[in-house]
Design a protein around this ligand. Structure first.
Ligand SMILES: [Zn+2]
Length: 473
């Protein structure tokens, strides 16, 4: 191949020079998407939806992807039937569906499956032979109320939540907007791509509800490269704009626990009652008494306790929402095993019954050095204005159900990376005043599209031969 002299003393091949033009094009196109991605982000921010209620969000993403020409999957084609964890009640689902109809969504848009809470969208771009690359964007909101005063920009500028008890307090509105920007950009450079790109818009990340049914449906089984990203605050551990890989999210299990006893007159016949509130209280104290584990970090939390019906009635029901976490899956299994025996034991002490329902889970995750190293090098070379964090494999102390997807990809020899992109935040994530600097949208679109080009670009057909291209299938 003929060499070209482009700048300085470095020699570039014709292929490399052409590839550099594409990175340039990606950068220019992503800049042009700023206004549109801010508009999409703000619309989603105004209409936040929690796990499996992302009905409006799903319809909007589906429409965008179809307009762009993607092959689009929704409903039970995304989440496997019977595998969703923590699905809202039929009453909550239908109430939310009726609310969504007043928010610019039509009856025909809202299919039966979406109404049943089969939310989430997968967009597929097929470009012939080559690696399968999947990107994951989570789309759900948190169950909390957003601040409503003039100090809070989303309220001041008219895009704060109109859905009571729901708020985009973690930035998934931004993730979805980035995903749609990436979708648009990839279509513009489609001719330069090979292989398959899957854009996974995942419901129910908060609480670990949504990854399991998508994995169960098999969407990760043929994936060679898998990348996810979370926006994160500047001035955190990371010292750059992009951290190409993280590791160590805590494995976790979330339960709803019901204690059921027998109501009775508190003054007349207290001995005839079986007190579910007392059961639950014993359980709470017991859960916080689980011994620590010598091999790693553990967490336990009882988030809610609801019990009883009136002052002079022996409470016949109590419900706890609890979670346990562990540094790895084994330590988390220890914590969940302990939690189960404690709840059952507490019920036995007061003659009540105990039912535990697992409503969410996540595993521990590890980004592959081979992939985050490659992403870091590509960014340093082709996006030199973005600073790559000097701790490229940063520790992650939260929990993330992306772990379930990563582990599935890695189990068949694929490579996975979970990145962070940094931006200024008005207040920490999961707080009522959360908001972020929207410049991260353009950066996110550019970074993801550049990664896809690096992995699936035709220019690299012969220059980058990954073991996955040859070993897979
Ligand atoms: Zn989040």
């Amino acid at each position: 191949m003929k060499d070209l002299q482009l700048s300085g003393s470095k020699q570039y091949t014709v292929g490399e020079a052409a590839a550099m033009d594409i990175y340039e094009k990606i950068s220019t196109l992503s800049q042009k998407m700023e206004e549109e991605s801010v508009r999409i982000r703000r619309d989603l921010h105004k209409h936040p939806e929690t796990a499996f209620l992302e009905m409006r969000t799903t319809v909007i993403i589906e429409k965008h992807l179809k307009e762009l020409g993607y092959e689009v999957l929704t409903g039970k084609a995304v989440c496997k039937e019977g595998e969703r964890l923590g699905v809202p009640s039929p009453e909550e689902l239908s109430l939310h569906a009726s609310e969504v109809l007043g928010q610019g969504i039509s009856e025909e848009d809202l299919t039966e499956e979406i109404r049943e809470g089969y939310t989430g969208v997968i967009g597929i771009l097929r470009c012939g032979e080559g690696p399968v690359t999947a990107l994951r964007f989570d789309i759900d909101a948190l169950g909390m109320n957003e601040a409503s005063d003039m100090e809070h920009r989303p309220f001041r500028e008219g895009f704060s939540s109109v859905n009571r008890g729901m708020m985009h307090g973690c930035g998934h509105d931004g993730h979805a907007a980035i995903g749609l920007g990436v979708a648009k950009l990839l279509m513009e450079i489609k001719e330069e791509l090979r292989g398959t790109v899957k854009l996974i818009f995942q419901p129910g990340e908060e609480g670990g509800h949504g990854a399991v049914p998508i994995v169960a449906k098999g969407h990760l089984d043929d994936v060679d490269y898998f990348i996810g990203n979370h926006i994160a605050p500047t001035n955190s551990l990371d010292d750059g704009d992009v951290t190409p890989g993280t590791y160590g999210s805590l494995a976790n299990t979330k339960y709803d626990v019901w204690f059921r006893g027998e109501a009775s007159h508190a003054g007349g016949y207290p001995e005839k009652g079986r007190n579910a509130l007392v059961s639950a209280s014993h359980a709470v104290l017991g859960l916080y008494s689980i011994p620590r584990h010598s091999q790693g970090q553990t967490r336990v939390n009882v988030g809610t306790l609801h019990a009883g019906t009136g002052r002079n009635v022996i409470p016949d029901t109590a419900k706890l929402e609890i979670e346990v976490r562990g540094e790895d899956t084994e330590i988390n299994d220890y914590m969940s095993g302990q939690a189960e025996s404690i709840c059952k034991g507490a019920a036995m002490m007061t003659g009540c019954s105990c039912e535990m329902k697992m409503v969410g889970r996540g595993e521990t995750q590890h980004s592959d050095e081979e992939l985050w190293g490659r992403i870091g090098n590509m960014l340093a070379e082709h996006c030199p204005d973005l600073r790559v964090s000097s701790i490229p494999n940063a520790r992650n102390w939260g929990s993330e159900d992306i772990s379930v997807m990563m582990n599935r990809v890695q189990s068949h020899g694929g490579l996975a990376a979970y990145m962070r992109t940094m931006t200024d935040m008005a207040s920490p994530q999961h707080t009522v005043r959360f908001d972020f600097d929207e410049k991260v949208l353009v950066n996110g679109i550019r970074v993801f599209a550049s990664i896809v080009y690096d992995l699936n670009g035709r220019q690299y057909e012969n220059t980058y031969i990954q073991r996955h291209d040859t070993d897979h299938g």
